[in-house]
Design a protein around this ligand. Sequence first.
Ligand code: SF4
Ligand code: SF4
Length: 403
Amino acid sequence: MNLLIVILCIFGGSILLLFLPFKGAHSYTQPRPEKRIHEGDVVLSRRMLIPGSDAYKAYYQCRPEFRDADDRSRKTPGLLDRQSRFFHAETFAAAKANFELIDYMGALTHGSKSANLVTSELLTAEALKVNPNKTSRFISTWLKKTGAHSVGFTRLEDYHLYSHKGRGPHSGKPIIKKHEYAIALTVEMDHRMMQSSPRGSTVMESSEQYLQSGVLALKLAAWIRELGYEARAHIDGNYEVICPLVAMDAGLGTIGRMGLLMTPRLGPRIRISVVTTNMPVSCEDHKPDRTTLHFCQLCKKCARVCPSAAIPEGPREIIEGQERWQINSEKCYHFWTTSGTDCGMCMSACPFSHPDNPFHRFIRWGIKNNLFFRHLAVKLDDLFYGRKPAIKPLPDWTGIRER
Ligand code: SF4
Ligand code: SF4
């Protein structure tokens, strides 16, 4: 009888310990950059510089610290290259097809506001008078009905914008803040496709969701212009804003150890697009989620699985005056250009990337709610999914060649 009472007490105590609301993550604040980033400093932009060209010489004269790493990466086969380690004809061709479409879409990111509505009796001055709350609800519902996973609104801040363009014909041109508001949207990346990271299904799925999120952003920007306001879509290869920062301030997630936006229901398994505009939308203040950062502090799984050791395993460090993690983009990109895909092993292994089903929703609730549950969840994830989850073969349907 006494033993039974002791067992019941231990059981009851454990339940209380794990389920009482006790977040215990006060010190985990989310920093915002103090200065704007030049898009030309982003590793993808640097890789586009042609060796020997005037732009190449000028850039590395100013930033000699990047030259060796970039030149090393130039010797690798490159993204989606036939000689790359994970070359796979069907998935690579699908990714190339998606990126080709995305390239065409670049011309649609901006445009003039429509003159059609100017004569309408609904208009005041030149634009349709809108109620920010109702407009935001319309946008959110419309985008979710047509493929978005989440939608958020924020005031556009200076630090959301790159300081200068770093690619294409306008490279080097300063980016001026023209709009007051930003709308961020996310789309889900397929769980199974990402489980084969870093194989070809990763880059096929990334390109697919860059395309889908880009289509949503383009149609939203066109809709806003149709109502008589200015709008610019920020899509893959055509950004003036840093999407994860905008999405974070729009309340869609937190930026974790691997440097990606961690959303509450899909973790980093998303792609983001943004629309900036002068049309008034409803921007609420969002409570920062410190618990995800604390979970990242405990977890480290992305750092463990990263094949290029690009993700730091230690605690956050003070970088340019702010406490945060910073990945080594050069190492990460070098792996991409060797493997031919955009890898995604960190995203695939992250405990927040598991399918959004009732069981995982319960675990995520526990992680948010209780400090001790968070510790337990890290251990359980290692136990059930492995400390270094195995890479799955490509989904069967992706191989269409005759064997
Ligand atoms: S794998 Fe773990 S440490 Fe890395 S981002 Fe996900 S939760 Fe954070
Ligand atoms: S994408 Fe791959 S190489 Fe890059 S940080 Fe993630 S796991 Fe590492």
